[in-house]
Design a protein around this ligand. Structure first.
Ligand code: T5A
Length: 264
């Protein structure tokens, strides 16, 4: 299975670093000031101390994990549950979501989605993208501090919903270029009939059968090797287990990996 989550960029790792990093630094310095002869004899100890010093001071970042899927596929429910479960198990994790309806630009998006405000397709597409650019710095700061981010929708929603309306794929991807690339994308899939039976479907602008069917097709085009398609037609508990186990694996793997950026 996976390494203990407390060792995956969590608070405990910081504690271990704080206690042992100075110790190994002292070892390295102490071994350095010994006479050449002794130092030669003890060179293995210096290498050992330096190795562990590097290991303990190496930067460990958080993972960027995105949940995508059609409307009502259960993304918000599972994103919250996943963050709760990670936190309970000692992982430094935080929930973010797009659109973020609380920013100035998010308020315009909210009015558009609730059919209170008309906008051109291009206009709303760029607003959704701006909403993500507003958060880019804080996303990267959190990840570099070791916080794992669970993100409810991201650029793939932006592209899928706009292309489903008939816009060009290339045009829609362009404003997303340079945003932080996720380490893992979960695509929650569910037959359209089941989606329509779920609570609240039909209230917002895009919650229409044909639109959602088109969105599913575009997601298929966007899939890459860091995506994992998950059958969302299962109990919330069973679904959470799948998401949690796969998230832990990625959190363990991203450790010292640099951040990458979208579609470059
Ligand atoms: N959009 C978004 C764009 O066009 N461009 C963009 O760039 C972005 C980011 C709003 C719209 O904006 C579009 C896409 C959307 O049309 P939103 O704010 O994410 O996006 O929409 P919400 O209405 O908040 O969320 P969704 O409609 O996407 O629903 P979720 O989050 O997938 O589903 P959730 O968790 O709210 O669950 C829906 C219902 O199903 C039940 C829940 O209790 C709830 O009643 N449920 C289950 N029932 C049975 N079994 C399970 N396993 C269940 N899990 C949840």
């Amino acid at each position: 299975m996976v390494k203990s989550p407390s060792l995956c960029g969590g608070r405990h790792e910081d504690g271990v670093r704080k206690v042992f990093a100075p110790f190994f630094s002292c070892c390295a310095v102490f071994v350095n000031i010994k006479s050449k002869k002794v130092a030669q004899k003890l060179s293995f100890l210096r290498n050992f101390a330096t190795f562990f010093h590097k290991k303990l001071t190496m930067h460990t970042r958080g993972a960027f994990i995105v949940l995508e899927g059609c409307d009502r596929s259960g993304k918000s429910t599972q994103s919250q549950k996943l963050v709760d479960k990670l936190q309970k198990n000692g992982v430094d994790a935080k929930l973010i979501k797009f659109p973020d309806r609380d920013t100035e630009c998010g308020k315009l998006i909210d009015e558009y989605l609730r059919q209170k405000k008309p906008l051109t397709d291009e206009g709303i597409h760029l607003l959704f993208s701006t909403n993500r650019w507003e958060a880019k710095n804080s996303i990267e700061e959190s990840l570099m501090k070791g916080t794992t981010l669970i993100c409810d929708r991201y650029s793939y929603s932006g592209v899928a919903f706009s292309v489903a309306k008939g816009m060009s794929l290339q045009w829609c991807k362009a404003p997303e270029e340079g945003l932080t690339k996720p380490d893992l994308v979960f695509l929650l899939t569910l037959p359209i009939e089941k989606i329509m039976q779920r609570g609240g479907f039909g209230g917002e602008r895009y919650e229409k059968k044909q639109m959602q069917q088109e969105v599913i097709k575009i997601y298929e085009l966007l899939k890459e090797d860091y995506w994992l398609e998950i059958d969302a037609d299962q109990t919330q508990e069973a679904l959470l287990d799948v998401l949690y186990n796969n998230s832990l694996e990625v959190i363990r793997k991203v450790g010292g990996k640099p951040l990458e950026h979208l579609w470059t």
